[in-house]
Design a protein around this ligand. Structure first.
Ligand code: GLU
Length: 291
């Protein structure tokens, strides 16, 4: 058996907080305990929100916490052509279509369609895409594209699920409702997810499965907020012939009021805690990890 490979994959769109520290330390500890590798991956596909100073701060904060990672660090923004190749494969399978609506148009469609009862929402609480552009003819699509209308690329979820059949994953942690063991993926709960955004030629879901496979990640250890996304990841892994890592979704660190931490909350920022005199062992203790 090759040594296990773990990774911490932050987005440099803010400073790290206690939740990130917990996730990074847990991955690092597991890699060390199991004779494995610990990778750091910078998920910076969102050029509008990611900033070099946040990336620099990630390296600085993780090193201060006592972590060391393999080199080179993979930065997703340097691999857009690879994600485009994967997208082309899915398009070739007839599973991807362009969707031209603006956010406001989608909201209006959802409001119209939702008059008969509440419109279904995805596990993150966002209304499902009402799917009207899936019904455009090839000629209508070509005409809109030729006119220069911007579009996102969406997965035809029903067609993708029909092709994939039932999929499962091995959950070694737990979902928000305690789900653990061999779990059945429910990608249909997400509707026609975006695979490439209007402003970015890829998406979180697409890049994460490609990079995990390419980097040989055997163990995905991440927060419970990404538990449901695993269903989409399993589906994409299947469609792209990628191996399935094992998954461990961990508890989230919450603030005093029980809320999920946010990158803009100074009270739980690693830099703020450091400036206030905390040491790396204090951070471990606060997040409930032994040294
Ligand atoms: N980049 C994602 C985030 O910052 C995490 C991706 C993952 O662990 O799968 O939340």
């Amino acid at each position: 058996m090759p040594p296990p490979v773990f990774r911490f994959a932050p987005s440099p769109n803010g400073y790290l907080h206690l939740g990130h520290a917990f996730s990074a330390l847990l991955n690092f500890d597991l890699a060390r305990q199991n004779g494995g590798q610990f990778l750091l991956r910078i998920e910076d596909i969102d050029s509008a929100r990611c900033r070099p100073e946040y990336e620099a701060a990630i390296y600085e904060d993780l090193a201060w916490l006592g972590l060391a990672w393999e080199q080179p660090v993979r930065r997703q923004s340097e691999h857009l052509a690879l994600y485009a190749d994967a997208l082309a494969r899915l398009t070739g399978q007839g599973l991807v279509y362009p969707a031209f609506e603006s956010r406001a148009e989608i909201a209006r469609l959802v409001a119209e369609k939702g008059t008969a009862g509440p419109w279904p929402r995805d596990p993150d609480g966002t209304p499902l895409y009402p799917g009207v552009d899936r019904l455009l003819s090839a000629a209508e699509r070509a005409e809109k594209i030729a006119s220069g209308a911007p579009y996102a690329l969406r997965l035809d979820m029903a067609a993708a699920c029909a092709r994939a059949g039932d999929l499962t994953w091995d959950e070694h942690g737990a979902g928000p409702d305690g789900e653990t063991g061999t779990l059945v993926a429910q990608p249909q709960e997400w509707g026609d997810v975006i695979l490439a955004r209007k402003d970015t030629p890829t998406s979180y879901h697409l890049s994460v499965v490609i990079d995990d496979a390419l980097q040989g990640v055997s163990h995905v250890v991440r927060g419970q907020d990404l538990f449901h996304a695993t269903s989409v990841h399993r589906l994409l892994q299947h469609l792209l012939d990628l191996p399935a890592p094992s998954y461990r979704h961990h508890r989230l660190i919450r603030d005093g009021a029980g809320r999920k931490l946010s990158k803009s909350d100074d009270a739980t920022g690693i830099r703020e805690l450091r400036a206030a005199g905390a040491g790396p062992q204090d951070i471990r203790r606060i997040v409930g990890l032994s040294s």
